[in-house]
Design a protein around this ligand. Structure first.
Ligand code: FES
Length: 75
C-alpha cells in the first residue's frame, strides 16, 4: 500500500462514505478490501464527506497524519 512516492487521490461527493485501509494489507489501496480481518484490532477508517471534496491519502508510508498525506513524501 505504501509503495508510491505520492498520495492516492480519491474524490467524494457530499454524503458519500468510503473505507480507507489502515492495516496496509489491502490489494486495492488506499481503500479497504477486507484484508484487515487477518489483522486483529485494525479496522478501516470510515470517512463520510460533509461536502464534495478530494482526499489525499498517503501512498509513501511517511506521513505523521495517517492515513492522510502531509507532504512528507517530498522529504
Ligand atoms: S504520500 Fe506519504 S506523505 Fe504524501
Amino acid at each position: 500500500m505504501y509503495s508510491k512516492q505520492s498520495p492516492h487521490i480519491i474524490t467524494l461527493q457530499k454524503g458519500e462514505e468510503t473505507y480507507i485501509c489502515q492495516c496496509g494489507k489491502t490489494a486495492r489501496a488506499p481503500l479497504c478490501d477486507g484484508s484487515h480481518k487477518q489483522v486483529a484490532s485494525v479496522r478501516p477508517l470510515i470517512y463520510k464527506a460533509d461536502k464534495d471534496l478530494s482526499l489525499a491519502i498517503c501512498g509513501c508510508g511517511k506521513s505523521d497524519h495517517m492515513p492522510f498525506c502531509d507532504g512528507s513524501h517530498n522529504k
